[in-house]
Design a protein around this ligand. Structure first.
Ligand code: NAD
Ligand code: DAU
Length: 368
């Protein structure tokens, strides 16, 4: 396997203009080992060519890089790109749980139809390899999420646990996984899957908790905390998440899924406290607002399957969070661009009534 995805390989990375995809592309290209990458990205509100500036602005990397603007659900675009690839890394998805509650359709189109189009293309190339028409079949890596396990009141999810998604986003991700598994069993495709935990770091669209609260805090705007803020997430720095995906691509066993677990389980209130400290703000900005419908209370994964192969995350949350807050402070143009387009109508639809119903939150430690 290492030969097919090692130095000099040609990788097709879908969703490579997004948060995690662009970090993956930057990391692999910075190795300067001859690997070529083609990014296929639809450039939805969440994707930005600016996230790839470090690659496209470096002559040596740019010579090994191609950007294609297109949809993974479009076979006319996908088929020739897969025909030319040694491996396909599907990072593309609609990714925000709250948007999936407002409008689920795009999640299914990309997460189910799009994944099917990619798998059909990989299936064709696998058959061509079997017929001796290309040297080897492409490996397919599906980037998935801990949300497929559903709410985990206690303990830690292991890879053999049943999938129990509870939001339209998580259901689309679980559907993708089921399709990928079926193509492995039925058609013998070489597939691997990663289930990453909550990821944070530079270049994340400011709709998600950490970048939303950071950019709002820096601007002195209210922070809409859902419910009691005691929901627990397992935080993973984006550089670790991308490294975990790259590791599974090269070392994962065919047909297997791997948890890419985070370095820190924390309730949202603690994340918010650390974030306010890093932004130089206080709890007066925080509002408790009506909760997300079907809100998963806790995610927690057991990372020992990937650890047994020799992989572990490196960035401590206590270091990664302040560095992330500093990145958003230092990149106002990036933030302004991400908050353009449909941002204001989305924000009003998502938070208008919630913030109107919101209440101030007692600063921890000062409750009576
Ligand atoms: P993101 O929203 O920042 O980026 C998604 C990218 O996919 C964007 O560049 C977008 O333009 C592109 N895209 C969307 N639909 C497309 C389509 N039909 N065709 C081509 N491109 C399309 O997402 P992210 O946070 O970087 O997440 C990347 C992947 O990692 C997703 O599969 C997500 O489910 C998974 N994941 C994310 C997290 C997290 O905390 N962010 C955690 C675990 C897993
Ligand atoms: O767990 C992995 C998943 O993490 C990824 O698969 C998803 O793509 C990614 O969006 C993320 O999902 P979450 O729903 O956990 O992340 P989000 O940043 O939306 O929310 C994190 C927590 O913060 C969650 O408990 C909801 C809460 N929250 C979020 C927002 C946006 C708030 O309290 N207020 C908010 O405004």
């Amino acid at each position: 396997m290492t030969d097919r995805v090692g130095p000099g390989a040609h990788l097709l990375v879908t969703g490579g203009a997004g948060f995690i995809g662009s970090e993956l592309v930057r990391q692999i290209m910075a190795r300067r080992d001859g690997t070529r990458i083609t990014v296929l990205d639809k450039l939805t509100y969440a994707g930005s060519r600016a996230n790839l500036a470090a690659v496209e602005g470096d002559p040596e990397q740019a010579a090994r890089f191609t950007f294609v603007h297109g949809d993974i659900a479009d076979p006319a675009v996908v088929d020739p790109l897969v025909a030319d690839a040694d491996a396909v890394l599907n990072v593309a998805a609609e990714t925000h749980v709250d948007r999936s509650i407002l409008d689920p359709e795009a999640f299914l189109r990309t997460g189910v139809i799009g994944v099917h189009v990619l798998l059909e293309a990989v299936r064709r190339e696998t058959e061509r390899a079997r017929a001796g028409e290309r040297p080897a079949a492409p490996r397919f890596l599906q980037v998935s999420t801990d949300e497929v396990y559903g709410d985990i009141p206690s303990g830690h999810s292991v890879e053999t646990d049943p999938l129990a998604p509870r939001s339209p986003y998580a259901a689309a991700k679980a559907s993708s996984e089921l399709l990928v598994g079926a193509y492995h069993v039925t058609f013998g495709l070489d597939v691997v899957m990663t289930r990453g935990s909550n990821t944070y770091g530079p270049h994340q669209h400011p709709e998600k908790l950490i970048p939303l609260f950071t950019t709002n805090a820096l601007a002195g705007e209210p922070l809409p905390m859902y419910g009691d803020g005691m929901q627990v997430r397992d935080w993973l720095h984006v550089s670790d998440h991308a490294a975990g995906i790259d590791f599974v691509l090269r070392h994962g066993a065919s047909g297997e899924a791997y948890n890419v677990a985070g370095a820190k389980l924390l309730p949202n209130r603690e994340v918010i406290g650390l974030l306010l400290e890093a932004a130089g703000r206080d709890w007066s900005l925080v509002r408790t607002v009506p909760d997300r419908p079907g809100h998963d209370r806790r995610y927690a994964m057991d990372g020992s399957k990937l650890a047994a192969l020799g992989w572990a995350p490196h960035v401590a949350f206590e270091d990664g969070l302040p560095a992330t807050v500093a990145w958003y402070r230092d990149h106002p143009e990036w933030v302004a661009s991400a908050r353009s387009g449909d941002w204001h109508s989305y924000y009003e639809r998502q938070y208008g009534a919630r913030l109107a119903a919101g209440r101030a939150v007692e600063q921890p430690g000062q409750a009576g």
